[in-house]
Design a protein around this ligand. Sequence first.
Ligand code: UD2
Ligand code: MN
Length: 644
Amino acid sequence: MLSSARRFFIRRRYLGWTSAAGVCLLLICIIYVLSTGSWEAPKLRAVANGKYADLKKSRYENRNRHKQGPGEYGAGVFLQGEEKKNADELAKKEAFNIIASDGIALDRSLPDVRNPACKSVEYPKDLPTASVVIIFHNEAWTPLLRTAHSVVNRSPPQYLHEVILLDDASYRDRLGEELDKYVQDTWPDGVVKVVRVKERAGLIRARIAGAKAATGDVLIFLDSHCEANEGWLEPLLARIKEKTDAVLVPDIDMISSETLQYIPTGSGSVGGFWWSLHFSWRPMPKREAVRRKSEIDPVRLEPLLARIGENSSRVLVPGIDAIDSETLEYSKNGGIAVGGFTWSLHFTWSPFVPTKWELDQGFGKEWQPLRSPTMPGGLFAADRKYFFDVGAYDPGMDVWGGENLEISFRVWMCGGSLEFIPCSRVGHIFRSSHPYTFPGNKDTHGINSMRLAEVWMDEYKRLFYMHRRDLLKQDMGDISERKALRERLKCKSFSWYLENVYPEKFIIDEKVLAYGMVRNPGSNLCLDTMGKDEKTRFDIGLFHCQNGASANEVFSLSQKNELRREEACLDSVGAEGSKVSLNPCHGHKGNQEWRHHKDSGVIVHVPSGKCLDVSGLKSGDSVQLKKCNGGNDQKWTIEHYLDI
Ligand code: UD2
Ligand code: MN
């Protein structure tokens, strides 16, 4: 009895377990089928991987399929009538044409705008992988997703580790669950991820959060309104593989904020800065143009087999390193010299200097890393470990501004390099205003810049405060950790940076004959820019002297006898009674040459022999040029004279 009851019990229990297990298995199958849409359960992983591999491949292979539709091939969209009116109205808030953008496919085709030479560059096959971090706060739907599509479609799948959409506490419609769903449906392989921060971090802390979430070898940051173009990824990864402490900036093309046209503006420019700590674009310095031609990076980047595969009529020699015959110490020699011969017909090593013929062949010209003093900030690549080692970003910086110069100065001063990579092209919508709020209406660019000036600029911070005296009363928070970072990394001085990285930068009060207020003592009027931006041309004004309180009245008399601001010089055609304009300095004297005699006080325009004059003028007028007469209206003092 007992035993049959027990058997029955055991049997019941056994049955219970088996049926529970069966139900579970069934459930797992159903969940799997529902989530993958596949009935091939037994093959599970293999099929899934295979499917996604195909998906990746086909996305990449079809990236340039020319489709019909607005905006294809990078074309602009020109709206008319009612639609244009609506778009203009919306642009006041969005700062770009959202209607045009919404009409363009999220994966539109683009023209390959690279220099043709870029197309034949062979990159190593074993490149590091990339985590692309796209931060956004309340970005419009189509530019955000177009950025993600362009990255996934134009990156060889084996190098794209992930795309992180880092949501900086957006509250705009669609950017919550709808975005999550779109991402899951569109990229079921998980290559695109949405990561969210709890409260508004501002772009600097948002990028730090994105970088922390990333797990690829290389971090690439993009703004949330970009389009990565053909071949954009490989040159960045190849250079970082070669030099892990290089921070790289792609050549940035313009996507019109009005028509969304992709305009290949990327050029040989580099980054500079104003002493007010705003970023500026600058033409490529001559020294870079010269240096780049004599570089041999392409040789180092192209492994022997790849070169032979490309053209079998080549004979290739590896860079030969030295192994010391006594100590067996291995030292790097390879790649710095080529072979020559002596007239006695012995082989010699000779330094590599390309000939005109080689240069004409495009040798070493097109895709050399181009060193830049600064970067605009939004689009760059850095080895992930290096990014953190060199101090990521200053987490004390809020919302927007300043972090781009901070990381530029820091990378150079702490031993790395900042390079523009011409073969990597990415478009960006340049907007004229910010389509988001600045909590507390703070001047975040000013205060962030103050933090960077205090930590990195040593005594040169004086030139920043000259423009921003107002900030001296402001609280910039604690900067002790950033100072400690500079100590720890044993970074060089800002004067080293100016001398070695940015020797073209005009230093208002160094190596000049005189600087400061240019005053006519009789009238107490001073030369004054009247608050105009020196990027534009205008006539130099006169204003009551502000006794050093206004940067508008700071001019320098340079060693080249220019009377100038940071980039612009007093310029005149020399006509009697004419005004004097401020034009970009050309450095060739001519109409920009002035002579000041400290004793007589005159300021003479050299080519015309005429004098700067205030007769009959009042505060608010423009200064004039008149025949020299030795009168008080032509006497000037400059605030500081330097003995050099
Ligand atoms: C430029 C940079 C930008 C940044 C800035 C200086 C380029 C092309 N762009 O301004 O990346 O370096 O100079 O600080 O070089 N964002 C947030 N949270 C915020 C505010 C902004 O996530 O609180 C995002 C925003 O959605 C965008 C990115 O930060 O993706 C940059 O903002 P932006 O496009 O307004 O800056 P931009 O291009 O005028
Ligand atoms: Mn931007």
